[in-house]
Design a protein around this ligand. Structure first.
Ligand code: ZN
Length: 204
């Protein structure tokens, strides 16, 4: 099983981190051990001072495919959820400055909790109008809508499948909207699609 992530897929988020808006999807992966399968608890690692939350819509691939044309891409995913792309921003900043891969800042254990999946049809009136949000300790800190995506889900599937065979069960974190911020030990993060509560994750 593969977990793909897309960086800078919402212009306002690229801006808040002073990153340019990409011309092609920016792709990285998390290992399966980034998922929290039993308890949705992030044990804050001791080697970072600055873990950020990035709430993202997550697609689940429902059939295998390679070189998928954009017009057929919608047949390859039918379930969606929300996940958090936890990022050790201090470590990522240092690695980026050296031009090194940022794997440890993004792929550490527990760095990718994913909520309950729902059928795509229940997520919004269309894939171009899905609202999602993150609450931290009961307050909304991130709010996004797929109408603001730089690369649509179908474009992402077409792009990814050029390089990687997509297999049933693979996940795609589709990028975060603006409002990323630091988490502290004790924080409770809750993520929604519309008003459907799909993920609760505690930081310990
Ligand atoms: Zn992200």
């Amino acid at each position: 099983m593969k977990i793909f992530c897309i960086g800078r897929n919402y212009a306002e988020h690229a801006k808040e981190l002073n990153n340019p808006v990409p011309k092609q999807p920016l792709v990285f992966c998390k290992p399966p051990s980034a998922l929290m399968l039993k308890r949705q608890v992030l044990f804050h690692p001791e080697w970072t001072e600055e873990i950020h939350h990035e709430v993202e819509l997550v697609l689940k691939i429902c059939k295998n495919g390679k070189y998928i044309a954009e017009k057929f891409a919608h047949k390859y995913y039918d379930q969606i959820s929300v996940g958090i792309d936890f990022t050790a921003r201090d470590i990522q900043r240092k690695l980026k400055a050296k031009g090194h891969p940022w794997e440890i800042a993004k792929g550490f254990d527990g760095s990718g909790p994913v909520g309950r999946f729902i059928p795509l049809a229940e997520a919004g009136s269309s894939v171009d109008d899905i609202t999602f949000s993150l609450q931290k300790n009961g307050e909304v800190v991130q709010l996004g809508n797929t109408k603001d995506l730089l690369f649509t889900f179908d474009q992402l599937i077409a792009h990814l499948s050029k390089y990687f065979i997509l297999q049933q069960g693979d996940l795609i974190f589709t990028g975060t909207p603006e409002g990323v911020g630091k988490v502290e030990i004790g924080d409770v993060l809750e993520a929604y699609i519309g008003d459907q509560h799909l993920l609760k994750c505690k930081v310990l």
